[in-house]
Design a protein around this ligand. Structure first.
Ligand code: IMP
Ligand code: MG
Length: 173
């Protein structure tokens, strides 16, 4: 596999996830009923690592939203392709997303989940590219704010490739 310019190293990811996990654990506490909602596919690696940094009982579930296809630009018409398996009314929902870019995907998913009246709803995104925002989204937890470069690795893809890179790299286009 070709080497890419490293934007965020494995060590940086590990350290930041530890902090996020500690913050989440102390914010929610033992009385919470935490359900991590992972948006496939990009957030699987982040979810798998983050959940092991959270020291609370929790459940996980998955949603699939229509996304970029094989290109690198999001479009406004986000659709839910796979919905959650569970009724969320008793859960404290923490959406776990790889990256907040235009905001289309997260704002749509937040809108949908809000209508189901969960106990609480918060959002965690590993990466935030504020320069790209079209629709405002409030993050409760964020790993890194990054500049407007197309990145891959740690779950993120270009044309379905590079998801298995253990670090976040910049794809020269
Ligand atoms: P948004 O709807 O534009 O906010 O896009 C969110 C989704 O686009 C993310 O969940 C990613 O799957 C994808 N995405 C956004 N920026 C990048 C990037 O730089 N590299 C890879 N995927 C990206
Ligand atoms: Mg994604």
């Amino acid at each position: 596999m070709e080497k890419l310019e490293v934007m965020i190293s494995e060590n940086q990811l590990r350290e930041r996830l530890k902090e996020l996990g500690q913050n989440i654990s102390s914010d929610y506490g033992e009385d919470s009923n935490l359900l991590l909602v992972s948006i496939l596919k990009g957030s699987v690696v982040f979810l798998a690592d983050l959940m092991r940094c959270i020291d609370l009982p929790l459940s996980i579930d998955f949603m699939v939203a229509s996304s970029y296809g094989s290109g690198t630009e999001s479009r406004g018409n986000v659709k839910i392709i796979k919905d959650l398996d569970v009724n969320i009314s008793d859960y404290d929902i923490l959406i776990v997303e790889d990256i907040l870019d235009s905001g289309y995907t997260l704002s749509k998913i937040i809108e949908i989940l809000k209508t189901r009246n969960p106990r609480s709803l918060r959002v965690c995104a590993l990466l935030d590219k504020p320069d790209r925002r079209v629709t405002p989204v409030q993050l409760d937890y964020n790993g890194f704010v990054i500049e407007d470069k197309f990145i891959v690795g740690y779950g993120l893809d270009y044309d379905e490739k590079y998801r298995n890179l253990p670090y976040i790299g910049v794809l020269a286009r």
